[in-house]
Design a protein around this ligand. Structure first.
Ligand code: CDP
Ligand code: MG
Length: 141
């Protein structure tokens, strides 16, 4: 069974800085997902810490928060059939070296810390992240 879902996708500061915004949007559009919300912002420390709360106990946490608050990110909601799992497939694995060619991380980066894009890992995470990053009136029906 497949469902129409929404997923939270963000282009991280490295992706924005490297000029990969249109490339990443293009891949989601061409796949057939619908853009339901989009904005550019430098996230506050608070939003970054909440976004990555599941990693709060790990040594990488402080560096991760520092990195994602270091410059503008493009925050988006993409909608469509199986958008959460499908979005993760478009993005690839966390470590770019293990990401298949053809995926965003497989094609566009080499460093796990600078892996250009975030995508929700479950329907529950997607709902939590969408509520964290967007107000209801910023999302189109
Ligand atoms: O982003 P994804 O869900 O694929 O990975 P994660 O395990 O939720 O980790 C969140 C982010 O932390 C990753 O996208 C990496 O940017 C970073 N990370 C890192 O710097 N070093 C690691 N060993 C693992 C993750
Ligand atoms: Mg994750």
């Amino acid at each position: 069974m497949s469902n129409t879902e929404r997923t939270f996708i963000a282009i991280k500061p490295d992706g924005v800085q490297r000029g990969l915004i249109s490339e990443i949007i293009d891949r989601f559009e061409r796949k057939g997902y619908k853009l339901a919300a989009m904005k550019i912002l430098t996230p506050s420390k608070e939003i970054a810490e909440k976004h990555y709360a599941e990693h709060a106990d790990k040594p990488m946490f402080a560096g991760l928060v520092e990195f994602v608050t270091s410059g503008p990110m493009v925050a988006m909601i993409w909608e469509g059939r199986d958008a959460v799992r499908g979005g993760r497939r478009l993005i690839g694995s966390t470590n770019p070296a293990e990401s298949p060619l053809g995926s965003i991380r497989g094609d566009l980066c080499v460093d796990t810390k600078r892996n250009v894009v975030h995508g929700s890992d479950s329907v529950e995470s997607a709902a939590r992240e969408i509520a964290l990053w967007f107000a209801p009136w910023e999302i189109v029906e």
